[in-house]
Design a protein around this ligand. Structure first.
Ligand code: SF4
Length: 421
């Protein structure tokens, strides 16, 4: 029997039912997946007297805070953000502190706060949570109800979560989204936060648990199933390095059986991706047989063997070409991620990356272009981005202009310069 994801635990703090508290999540497009998971954890905990709200704009956020404080409820606002959102969050935190003072508690979590908690406290937040957020948000919410502040300003959970212990989103608050099927990654690429924030051991949500969630979604007439994972083709793999087609099949076949012809399954496409060394005939056949996506997102990152080794990708340039050719031959479109401006990248490395991009475009792929941004908590946190020559920028712009490449690389380039001074 699949486990029920939304089964309630015994109520917490029933004697404090009367006090009442409101936790307001600033529910932006970039961060909604994190809040869906936190809302799911809070729903499962079933804390009496706790209200949640999810304003999507600054104006609504401020109005919600004012309403809650006027009603004399204990009020906290939660923010989850990426490094690219730091200037916005810094300005917003200062504004809210100035307007509402200490009556409002500001809590930050997510990728940037987890990697740079001290810096985020200085931005005006009262508490910063790092890593897995489920247990922490339950403790914080219980503390709000009990009018008790946490002892520590920086909260780091003692242990990592078992994904099966919490639903990926909340039925009660109607916050649905992709199902997180794996957390953590063994590769530890030098520019990426995943392994450093969530660990090197992949933690997979069990197929039984995922399928029970698919059943529930179907009963709510939510029949588009998307997944969040560092590498969809590593689903079920104990070490995350060797693929496990049997586990992928158990998952996809089970989901297809539940959805029948009514729904769509997206696997290895946005918001997740696949590593090139895991694109094989077997993984592609399974995706084609059971899933509905017509495109795959493949993480390549560089066309220079020297840079692939420097960033610890653990695959070769040849793997990239093989993966894209195989995917295209199997009838998938391919969106291939590349990063330019990696620390230590020389003109010759950038040239190799551009050549790989142009080759893959000729084969029929589309390029998702990124510019390196130093992210806190990673080995490259303090490394300066390499300068992109005018020739490199021109060739990349040319690919974009011809519709062969897309992405936020120009914006990221500017932001990286700002971050690194
Ligand atoms: S870039 Fe991908 S493979 Fe590398 S550590 Fe991050 S999630 Fe893992």
């Amino acid at each position: 029997m699949p486990r029920k994801p939304f089964a309630k635990q015994p109520s917490i703090g029933a004697k404090h039912r009367a006090s009442g508290a409101t936790l307001i999540f600033y529910y932006t497009r970039e961060n909604r997946h994190s809040f869906n998971a936190l809302a799911g954890a809070l729903e499962k905990a079933g804390i009496p007297g706790l209200n949640l709200s999810f304003p999507e704009t600054e104006k609504k956020l401020i109005a919600e805070i004012a309403k809650s404080l006027t009603a004399r409820r204990i009020t906290a606002a939660g923010f989850s953000f990426f490094t690219s959102q730091v200037p916005h969050m810094e300005r917003l935190a200062a504004y809210l502190k100035n307007k509402f003072g200490d009556r409002l508690r500001l809590i930050a979590g997510g990728p940037h706060p987890s990697g740079a908690p001290k810096e985020v406290l200085k931005m005006g937040f009262d508490h910063v949570t790092a890593g897995d957020g489920e247990k922490t948000i339950i403790d914080l919410a219980q503390g709000l109800i009990n009018r008790r502040r946490p002892d520590k300003k920086i909260i780091i959970p003692r242990k990592t979560e078992d994904l099966d212990s919490y639903p990926p989103f909340s039925l009660k608050w109607g916050k649905f989204g992709p199902i997180e099927i794996t957390r953590g990654c063994p590769f530890g690429c030098s520019y990426c936060q995943t392994s450093y924030l969530f660990g090197c051991k992949p933690r997979h949500r069990s197929a039984a648990n995922i399928l029970s969630i698919v059943e529930l979604m179907k009963s709510e007439e939510l029949c588009d199933i998307r997944v969040v994972t560092p590498d969809a083709f590593a689903y079920g793999s104990k070490n995350g390095k060797e693929i496990c087609p049997g586990k992928i099949e158990e998952l996809l076949k089970g989901a297809r059986k539940i959805l029948k012809t009514e729904g769509r399954i997206f696997f290895g496409s946005f918001p997740s991706e696949v590593r090139p060394d895991h694109v094989t005939k077997e993984t592609l056949d399974l995706t084609r047989r059971y899933a509905d996506n017509k495109r795959l997102v493949i993480g390549a990152q560089s066309g220079s063997p020297k840079m692939l080794a420097a960033i610890r990708r653990g695959h070769t340039v040849e793997d990239i070409y093989n993966a894209v050719s195989l995917a295209l031959r199997s009838g998938f479109g391919a969106d291939v991620d590349f990063i330019l401006g990696l620390p230590g990248e020389r003109e010759t490395d950038a040239e190799m990356t551009l050549r790989a991009m142009e080759d893959l475009v000729r084969l029929g792929a589309r390029i998702h272009a990124h510019a390196f941004m130093p992210l806190p908590g990673t080995p490259f946190a303090d490394r300066a981005p390499a300068r992109l020559s005018e020739r490199t920028v021109g060739r990349l712009r040319n690919l974009v202009a011809r519709g062969h490449a897309f992405g936020q690389w120009e914006k990221q380039r500017k932001l990286a310069k700002k971050i690194h001074g």
